[in-house]
Write a protein that binds this ligand. Structure first.
Ligand code: G3I
Length: 401
């Protein structure tokens, strides 16, 4: 199992000698010239001719036993796996991918919930839904708080799970001191760089991926007029990636957005941006495709669009998948939802550089959807009583195909 101490060991090793590749990092493939030596507890697994990845050892098929981890910020007790079925992450790992879930700090007191969230057979990677965002980590200038994010890092470490960092630069959940500070270009650039450097350094060697820039585009493909764009210009994106890379040479760096699942103006704009970033040798490793979809309205161009993204020489990851419906739930809607989840998973399975799928929390009990879209919900594969819905079986089957 991947423990906190082994992950910290990776962090220390990464600092001392960068020869060892951290978990989920690239360790081989045509055109790859970096280290092929994986950190302790991980193995270099060939995903395809162009990509091999350091993946956790064979623990995927082992049922977890009870463990307790004490840290400076929190204590977690994990239980044996509640299910004897293979689990979604176990199935995803068979093709060199992962299956993960987002979570949020208030939910971690719900022990029935955490028993499933902490089951590595279901979820190999965890994303903090809020607690690594700017408002949570740097609420006032130069004052950093890592407590909430650390609580989720500790939880994942205690369960041998990897972590996606979310996110470094975003227009939302951005404190007023940033948006209304009237900073000039040089000052805002240095504020952004300081924020990125501080967070990435704090969790250096401990995260598999970071969403460096989130939601940079409007739906029509023009750049979102956030404070970074209007003050620094388009260059804020490249500067953000370069700053993150300087702070952690191994973590995968992603640009993340929604409404780019299928082809369209926004997907084209993102493709063009990443193409430009790659041409400028910017350190971008992955395109994060959020995947907040609607039952019965899944685009038909998923696979073609993701393959086109991947042709730029980046990985693609489905980062926030959920498929909402207009309530009340019916059997027909549940069946359609199951079909739609399978469509998304199959598209990922058919794109060799689609490295994995994260759902934006696994249960309707804690989904963000009802608070945002009135009258809609039930978007997750587990219902609000933590019971598996038809979508669970369809995801499992698509991951096994
Ligand atoms: O922090 C305050 C807390 O102090 C206050 O007591 C409480 C009262 O409602 O609100 C808390 O803030 C909430 C925050 O989540 C933390 O819980 C906000 O009201 C609420 O709007 C916020 O929602 C989050 C949303 O991002 C904000 O944009 C959702 O939980 C989170 O799931 C969602 O995640 C985003 C991704 O980051 C980016 N992609 C879209 C996705 C869904 O919107």
């Amino acid at each position: 199992m991947h423990t906190l101490s082994s992950l910290l060991g990776v962090a220390l090793l990464a600092g001392a000698a960068s020869a060892q590749v951290a978990v989920w990092g690239q360790c081989g493939g045509i055109g790859y010239s970096g280290s092929t030596s994986c950190a302790s507890g991980t193995t270099c697994v060939k995903v395809n001719d162009y990509y091999s990845q350091c993946q956790p050892g064979s623990s995927a098929t082992t049922l977890k036993t009870s463990t307790t981890t004490n840290t400076s910020t929190s204590t977690f007790t994990t239980s044996p796996s509640p299910s004897s079925s293979a689990g979604l992450n176990v199935l995803a790992e068979k093709s060199g991918r992962y299956f993960g879930s987002a979570t949020d700090n208030p939910e971690l007191t719900d022990t029935a919930y955490t028993a499933i969230l902490g089951d590595k057979n279901e979820f190999g990677i965890i994303t903090p839904g809020n607690s690594m965002k700017w408002d949570a980590t740097e609420p006032s200038r130069g004052t950093f708080t890592f407590t909430g994010g650390q609580q989720i890092v500790d939880f994942a470490n205690a369960n041998g799970q990897a972590i996606r960092g979310h996110n470094l630069v975003w227009h939302s959940q951005l404190p007023a001191w940033v948006t209304s500070g009237n900073f000039d270009k040089a000052t805002l650039t240095s504020i952004m760089q300081n924020h990125i450097t501080t967070l990435v350094t704090h969790w250096k060697g401990q995260l598999a991926q970071w969403d460096v820039v989130n939601e940079a585009f409007n739906d029509d493909g023009t750049f979102r007029q956030n404070v970074f764009y209007t003050t620094i210009g388009e260059d804020y994106i490249q500067i953000a990636f370069e700053t993150a890379r300087a702070a952690d040479p191994d973590v995968k760096l992603c640009i993340n957005d929604y409404n780019i699942e299928g082809s369209g103006a926004k997907a084209t704009a993102l493709y063009n941006l990443v193409s430009k970033l790659k041409a400028a040798n910017a350190p971008i490793d992955c395109i994060g495709i959020q995947g907040h979809l609607i039952v019965g309205e899944v685009p038909s161009t998923l696979q073609a669009n993701w393959a086109q993204f991947a042709s730029l020489g980046v990985d693609v990851a489905i980062t926030e998948l959920d498929i909402r419906m207009t309530l009340p739930e019916t059997d027909a809607l549940l069946q359609q939802q199951a079909k739609d989840y399978a469509t998304v998973v199959a598209a990922c399975m058919n794109v060799s550089r689609c490295i994995g799928i994260t759902i934006w929390d696994y249960t309707d009990k804690y989904s963000w959807v009802p608070q945002t879209f009135s009258g809609q919900g039930d978007a997750c594969p587990w219902d609000s009583n933590l019971q598996k819905k038809p979508a669970y079986a369809s995801i499992a089957s698509a991951l096994s195909a």
